[in-house]
Design a protein around this ligand. Structure first.
Ligand SMILES: Cc1c2[nH]c(c1CCC(=O)O)Cc1[nH]c(c(CCC(=O)O)c1C)Cc1[nH]c(c(CCC(=O)O)c1C)Cc1[nH]c(c(C)c1CCC(=O)O)C2
Length: 335
């Protein structure tokens, strides 16, 4: 079996597996070339293009897993919510969702609306051989933040205002988003993805108590509905939330660069860890990168299993050769 899938299950592996969040994307010239003139959301709806973009980092870097090329807002757009992904900005929602009426008016996602995703997964499985295919979705809090704010936000102030000020509306919103996310992930699993990652990228904005009260039940309802494949749960700045994010039910907990893996292993005993090289380390000279990669590998040994990754996504300015060298270092490291 593929080393990434074995590591997710806490089984022995010949070398630590490695993949990178946002490994497909603007760091690769071949990505920029095939995306030329095609808007982001449109590119996610073309199975052959999705297949090509997903395979690009596998060919180039020899990573142990591919991650489906898509976006966390794809299921929202597919359900009929008016939104776009603006270059250099991120998801922008035409009519932000800020009251009970707007929540009640949210559409549902039926599987047929994302059949192009299922098609891309089938194409990819036929091409990938022993390389694992990871599916993904955004978690309810992170999706809610884009819908409530109307776009990216540093403070998530309006999101939190709704959460604290109208908890019933908040829970109704998250329940609807959780339902869409379950559908989106089930379509991917049924079509053949071999693991899933739930991205709660912005959950780190919350205290642990608020996370447990306002977010965890919804994320758990998503993770519990996905059976048969390893589940990874990741957020940025979530050092204080790691136990709560583990309680939501994943086999693998993603850790950003702020929390050393040795410390993370203490906070979530018995869980496989994924992470956590600072993406900015890749801008340093190769000898510095090598020292940091060794450190992350060494710390990863304190967990029952370790999947090497960055602490967040690849930055667009990253030299792709630096990523290829990281894969070589991880694969050839002494264990
Ligand atoms: C918060 C979030 C989003 N999207 C995603 C998250 C969670 C992961 C994280 O925390 O980074 C998830 C995502 N988005 C994309 C992937 C592809 C798979 C991969 O290789 O990891 C994944 C896993 C493609 C994408 N999604 C997006 C791009 C860039 C758009 C482009 O290439 O034109 C890619 C490759 C657009 C997007 N979509 C989003 C943002 C913030 C942006 C960047 C906007 C910009 O800087 O231009 C929302």
């Amino acid at each position: 079996m593929n080393t990434f899938l074995r590591a997710c299950r806490g089984e022995p592996v010949p070398h630590t597996p490695v993949w990178f969040m946002r490994q497909a994307g603007r760091s690769l010239p071949e990505y920029r070339k095939v995306r030329e003139g095609i808007p982001m959301l449109e590119s996610c709806r073309r199975p052959e293009l999705v297949c090509e973009i997903t395979l690009q980092p596998v060919r180039r870097h020899n990573v142990d897993a591919a991650i489906l090329f898509s976006d966390i807002v794809v299921p929202l757009a597919a359900a009929g919510i008016d939104l776009d992904i603006k270059p250099g900005v991120g998801p922008v929602v035409e009519e932000p969702v800020r009251d009970a009426a707007a929540v009640a008016a949210l559409p549902e996602l039926t599987p047929d609306r994302v059949d192009y995703v299922a098609e891309a997964v089938r194409l990819l499985r036929a091409e990938l051989g022993d390389t694992a295919l990871i599916g993904f979705a955004g978690a309810p809090f992170t999706l809610a933040s884009y819908l409530v704010e109307g776009g990216p936000s540093r403070t998530h102030a309006r999101t939190k205002a709704l959460m604290y000020g109208a908890p019933d509306v908040w829970h109704a919103l998250c329940a609807k988003l959780a339902a869409m996310t379950r559908t989106f992930l089930r379509v991917q699993v049924d079509a053949g993805v071999q693991a899933v990652q739930l991205f709660d990228s912005w959950a780190g904005a919350l205290s642990e108590a608020d996370y447990r009260r306002y977010v965890l039940p919804h994320s758990r309802s998503v993770l519990e509905a996905i059976t048969g494949v390893p589940r990874i749960h990741f957020g940025v700045g979530t050092g204080e939330l790691l136990p709560a994010m583990a309680d939501a039910g994943p086999e693998v907990v993603g850790v950003d660069w702020r929390t050393p893996l040795r410390e993370a292993a203490k906070r979530v005993p018995g869980r496989v860890l994924q992470g956590n090289l600072d993406p900015c380390v890749l801008f340093a000279p190769p000898e510095v990168v090598a020292v940091e990669v060794s450190r992350v590998l060494e710390e990863g040994r304190s967990a029952p299993g370790h999947v090497f990754n960055l602490g967040h996504g690849v930055l667009p300015e990253t030299d792709p050769d630096a990523l290829t060298r990281v894969v070589e270092l991880v694969h050839t490291a002494q264990r």
